[in-house]
Design a protein around this ligand. Sequence first.
Ligand code: SG5
Ligand code: ZN
Length: 270
Amino acid sequence: GFWEWDYSSRNGPSTWVEKFPMAAGSRQSPVNIETDRAESDHEALSSKPLRWKYPATASRKLLNPGYCWRVDTDGEGTLLSGGPLMDDIYKLEQYHCHWGCSDSRGSEHTVDGQAFAGELHLVHWNTTKYKTFAEAAKAPDGLAVLGVFLKVGKPHDEMDKIARLLPYVSHKEDCIEINEPIDPSKLLPDDNGYWTYLGSLTTPPCNESVTWILFKRYIEVSHHQLNIFRNLRKFPRGEECPCHENHGVVINNFRPPLPLGNRVLRECGS
Ligand code: SG5
Ligand code: ZN
């Protein structure tokens, strides 16, 4: 068959560059956040508080693309602004998650070398400057991704709404409509402190178009909720299970950290 990127030993992150030259760039994500290196004296960040608005009705569809679970929104009434985003307004396009095979790994970014059990990504695009998501995804200031680390602890109520729907999208290409409203702002930590740097999409084509905003505080989800994520299948319904690799379940769907290089890591709040 034709070559498809994934997270396996054969077609995983170290091979992506063969088909997606951007993956070898100098503005790639994720990175390890060295907390000592963060520059905090940025009037620019603190003078404009990060602001978001997510009507719960905007979350429309839950999908299994074979790499993760993803909620697609209609963008209607959603907004992200302030902080490192200059004077531009961004809209929420989708949110999705990365996780491991065990609770000790799964995040894409690491903090002082430590991985978390998972990482939630809320993907936004710059509607001030660009007409479509696709156009924004190619521009250096086109996308903004909010990242939230997941740590194992008590069950998370809003995440449970997603976890309870995942059995309905157990196979690749499955998709359902969301009827009970899911409010993505309830998936964010209580405190607004964040790190920010300029990076890329963490999956092919690895476009260097993302302003990353990573919350310093994690949210808790339960071991059971993560196990529900770990039960999603990488292959379509009706197809045979490619049992040679992890019985065809979606796990370890994270790209390992790449060098920050000479990029600036900034922080705001604690
Ligand atoms: C996810 O992460 C999503 C991508 C997203 C990347 O893995 O992958 C899927 O849902 C599989 C198709 O979303 C899409 O591909 C939507 C069509 O990529 C994008 O948002 C750009 C197209 C990378 O996003 S990330 O850097 O935040 N991890
Ligand atoms: Zn992601």
